[in-house]
Structures are given as C-alpha cells and as structure tokens.
Design a binder for this molecule. Structure first.
Ligand SMILES: Nc1ncnc2c1ncn2[C@@H]1O[C@H](COP(=O)(O)OP(=O)(O)OP(=O)(O)O)[C@@H](O)[C@H]1O
Ligand SMILES: [Mg+2]
Length: 320
C-alpha cells in the first residue's frame, strides 16, 4: 500500500482537486489489481469538497440522514468501525474506489492536541485495517476550510509520504516549506511537490525547488485551467470532465510520477514517526503547563531536531 498525504496550510490552493484527481488519474492508468481497492481518506474536517467531487448525491443523502452515514469523525470518536466509514460507489468510471468522508472534528487545535495520542493511534489502526485491502491511499489534508492548524498536520504527516500543494506565490510556498521540514525531520518522504494553478514563468519553480525539495523531491506543475474550475462546479473530477484539458494532462503526469516513485513506508515506520511527533507535543506541553498551548512551527522544529538525534531520521527505503 502506498500512502500519500496531500497538504498545505494555505486555503484554496487546490489540495482536494489535486489529490482526488490524482487518485482517479491513477485508476485511469491502471485499475487496482483484483481484490484491492484505492481509498481516498478525506481529512478536511472543515469542507467536504472531495465527497462533492466523488458523488455530489452522497452529501445530499447524508444531510437528510446524518446518522446513517458515519464518517472519520465517528471512527475517531470510537462509535464507528473502519468498514462502516468506507463508502463505495457504482459510478462506472471508478474502479474499486472507496471514499472515507470526514465531518467537523474538533472545535479547536488545542482540543485536537489533547487527544493527539488517541487519534494518532486510531489513524494507525485504520492504516493497519486498510493495508491488506488497499493499493493506494490518498489523504486530503485540511487548509483554511479546516482548523487550518498545525495540529491536523502533526496527526496526518506521519501516516505516509507528504506531497505539498502550493500556488505560485511566495507565502504559499513558504508555508508549505515549514510542513516539508516537519515531514522530513519526522522521517516522511517528500516524493513530489506540486505547484498548482501554474501560469508559466521560472521563478516559482526555482523558488519551490529551493524551498520544498527534500532529497528525491520532484517539482511538478499543474496549469491554471478554467476546465478545472468548471469541473469542480459540476462536482466531477477534471480528469473525467475534460480528459484532454491542460490540468488533466498535468495531473496524469503527477499520477504517473507517483506510480513509478519509490515504494511507500511500512506501518511500523508510520508508528515511529507518530511516536516522534507525540513526544514533541508532550515536550512542548510540559514546558507550557498548565494549559496545553498551541505549538508554533519553530518550537516544533527545534524539538524535532533534538529528538531525531536520539531516534534516527529518515527511513524511506523499506517497502510496504
Ligand atoms: N489547476 C487549477 N486551475 C484552475 N482552478 C483550479 C485548479 N485547481 C483547483 N482550482 C480551483 O480552486 C478552487 C479551490 O480548489 P480546492 O477546493 O481543490 O482547494 P483546497 O486547497 O482543497 O481548498 P481548502 O483549503 O478549502 O481545502 C476550486 O474552485 C477549484 O476548482
Ligand atoms: Mg480541500
């Protein structure tokens, strides 16, 4: 099983568009082998736009009867099992594609951090459940629509390889570079970084290369394309809505790059990364007692630096 976490703390850069379309484009290149699924784990606890792209009717049905549609939130709250939150569709374009939807999780970053160990353990259990059944797991992390906090990323980054998605502007690239630093220090691979809504010009590519490249990272661009916006409005992934559009071609290239990229991490490595981040949170909380304060990125990086001295750093070689 390969696991990719697509993310950026800037809102609206295209995380959901890029992550969901990459999964669908991977299916267009080759469906999963018999007996295996491709899974989309929507971790945007704010706006469920991936579900909208996957099956707009699902959202309507869920609104009419929320209790019949448990989500990741109910799983994390301990009232739903993994198999109850995985939904399939009869859409003919999707080959064994399963969606795990989310719903608003916590009211604050602080609340999420308090439950960090519990949630992190449950996310790892979910990976264990999916592993024998899944070829590819794509995780869509929240931006401004979610808590937009670091806590979401501390929970999600350990789970797999991290793929930052940015717009071609300096603030968006700078914010993503901090997440890349956390990912690499914790030991997650960063196989690709995506500049979405790209309008040409070399500066964004060179700037992203300098800021986001970690080891084997490839910088890929997805062109700004009105077809991507149209498809989104229509509730359809652009690679199906307009397969020959510029955005679709670029997304297919990203899917191909990931399909041929180095193998993913093992669950044990995900556990190790989650353990490291858990210690970071504990150390920061101890220092700021009595109230667990929101960590800032610099203190997380400093704490990580100290810890990896003891635990060892990147571990991207082993195969799942
Ligand atoms: N390559 C592109 N060209 C043009 N428009 C795009 C492109 N990619 C995404 N968009 C548009 O940008 C908007 C935001 O996209 P999307 O919801 O995927 O971003 P996001 O980063 O997931 O947002 P959020 O932070 O709310 O989770 C949508 O209207 C979408 O159609
Ligand atoms: Mg989104």
């Amino acid at each position: 099983m390969k696991v990719y976490v697509f993310g950026a703390r800037s809102g609206g850069v295209g995380k959901t568009t890029v992550s969901f379309n990459t999964l669908v484009a991977t299916q267009l290149i080759a469906p999963p082998p018999p007996g295996l699924l491709d899974v989309f784990l929507e971790c945007d606890f704010g706006r469920q736009s991936a579900v909208h792209l996957w099956n707009p009717h699902f959202l309507e049905e869920r609104e009419a009867s929320p209790d019949s549609y448990p989500t990741l939130r109910e799983y994390l709250a301990g009232v739903a099992e993994p198999w109850e939150i995985a939904y399939s569709t009869s859409h003919p374009a999707y080959r064994n594609l399963v969606m795990i939807p989310s719903a608003p999780l916590c009211s604050s970053d602080r609340e999420l951090l308090k439950s960090y160990s519990e949630y992190s353990g449950k996310m790892l259990k979910l990976l264990e459940f999916l592993k024998p059944r899944c070829r590819l797991l794509v995780i869509d992390a929240p931006g401004a629509g979610g808590l937009s906090g670091l806590a979401d990323y501390l929970l999600l980054i350990p789970l797999g390889s991290f793929i930052p998605v940015v717009q071609p502007d300096k603030p968006s690239i700078d914010e993503a570079s901090q997440l890349v630093d956390i990912a690499t220090l914790a030991g997650s691979a960063v196989p690709a970084a995506v500049i979405n809504k790209y309008r040409g010009g070399k500066w964004a590519v060179s700037y992203a290369k300098a800021a986001l490249a970690a080891g084997e990272t490839q910088i890929l661009t997805i062109r700004d394309d009105k077809k991507a916006r149209e498809a989104y409005e229509a509730g359809v992934p652009v690679v199906l809505y307009s397969p020959s559009s510029r955005a679709s071609k670029d997304i297919k290239l990203l899917a191909q790059t990931l399909a041929s990229s180095a193998p993913a991490h093992t669950i044990q490595q995900a556990e190790k990364r989650a353990r490291i981040l858990s210690k970071v949170i504990e150390a920061l909380a101890r220092r700021r007692a009595p109230q667990l304060q929101l960590p800032d990125i610099e203190s997380i990086l400093r704490e990580l630096d100290k810890l990896i001295g003891h635990e060892g750093g990147s571990d991207t070689q082993a195969q799942d």
